[in-house]
Design a protein around this ligand. Structure first.
Ligand code: ATP
Ligand code: MG
Length: 316
């Protein structure tokens, strides 16, 4: 494996166990997702991979090299988009991107071509010559993404790259992530968006409170639920959650969403119930379908995220 993280523990100020015995590995050419809620310990973990933070115990190797002892090697092997954006306030987007490419040793002509390609593919051409200070939060994040990937290392680490990005450009960014992996980099994609993880990654780890709760491909993680289905009800605004029959299992609710597990033999009853709730004006809409990564996330993390966005019409 290209990246091997073994038994990593990080305790801040002797109290917060930000990483509690984390072990993960990542191969060349794969997109690996690190999925978890706020405060799960995701940024702490990636900061240790690139040598910004030193673990209390455990080992991290890239290509067999101990990066805790050789942080300079990690910085050379990894391209990194930090969660908190880089200060590109006074540079036009194109110059900021080209600068990183040149620092990473690319030829001037190559770096210009690659920077312009990225800008065009992400649809930010109108900000090409605009300094960071005069652009927007979302555009600045996209420029930071371009800076991270203009001259990609063997490992590309992206810490929440799609926060504040609109659905269309988010899709373009996912395509770039896929291209990076196809070109041979290992991409570590940090996200708290389960829909993003489901669409983009080859494998992922779900982490919370510093621990890995599960890992594998999305299909492997979903296989733990057998062939059960999920019913999602969206309540009419202001409607109290209706009492639900026993065949709707492990229901979790957040705002107007209620999600339940349904065994195969109860699928018809679940559909009849949902239609009746809709006819009675209690439910605005519903869907019945296969288990998703979100269901696995809910079971492992124990709650439904409040602000999950579901980008419309997405397919992997
Ligand atoms: N420098 C620090 N000093 C003390 N505690 C810290 C520090 N950095 C992070 N923490 C704590 O460590 C835990 C993990 O934080 P971390 O930033 O790694 O989470 P995260 O999964 O990246 O969260 P988010 O999704 O909000 O970015 C949290 O409880 C956080 O408060
Ligand atoms: Mg973070």
């Amino acid at each position: 494996m290209l990246l091997e993280i073994k038994d990593v523990c990080k305790v801040y100020k002797g109290k917060v166990k930000a990483n509690d015995n984390i072990s993960l590995s990542m191969a060349k050419g794969e997109v690996f997702g690190l999925l978890g809620p706020n405060g799960a310990g995701k940024t702490t973990l990636v900061n240790q991979v690139i040598g910004i933070t030193v673990p209390n115990s455990g080992t991290i190797t890239i290509d067999g090299v101990d990066v805790i002892a050789n942080p300079a090697f990690a910085r050379q092997a990894c391209s990194f988009q930090p969660q908190n954006q880089l200060p590109v306030y006074l540079l036009p987007a194109i110059n900021a991107i080209e600068l990183v490419g040149q620092i990473r040793g690319m030829r001037k002509a190559d770096v210009r071509r690659r920077a312009n390609e990225l800008i065009d593919r992400l649809g930010i051409g109108q900000w090409r010559n605009v300094i960071g200070q005069n652009s927007t939060g979302g555009i600045r994040r996209l420029v930071c993404f371009c800076m991270a990937v203009v001259a990609p290392g063997d490992i590309v680490i992206l810490d929440e790259p799609t926060n504040d990005i609109d659905p269309l450009r988010r899709r373009q960014l996912w395509q770039e992530v896929r291209s990076l992996a196809e070109a041979g980099s290992a991409v570590l994609l940090v996200t708290h968006n389960v829909h993003e993880a489901e669409r983009v990654v080859d494998r992922l780890a779900i982490i919370d409170e510093g621990r890995v709760l599960g890992s594998g491909t999305p299909a492997e993680l979903k296989a733990s639920e057998g062939d059960s289905m999920r019913l999602e009800l969206i309540l009419e605004p202001g409607m109290e959650p209706p009492p639900l029959p026993d065949f709707l299992l492990e229901t979790v609710a957040s705002n107007r969403r209620m999600i339940s597990k349904v065994e195969k033999e109860n699928v018809v009853s679940a559909l009849e119930l949902a239609s009746k709730l809709k006819d009675d004006g209690k439910v605005e809409e519903f869907s019945l379908g296969p288990i998703t990564l979100e269901d696995i996330y809910i079971r492992m993390v124990g709650r439904l995220e409040e602000d999950e966005e579901t980008p419309e019409g997405e397919t992997k």
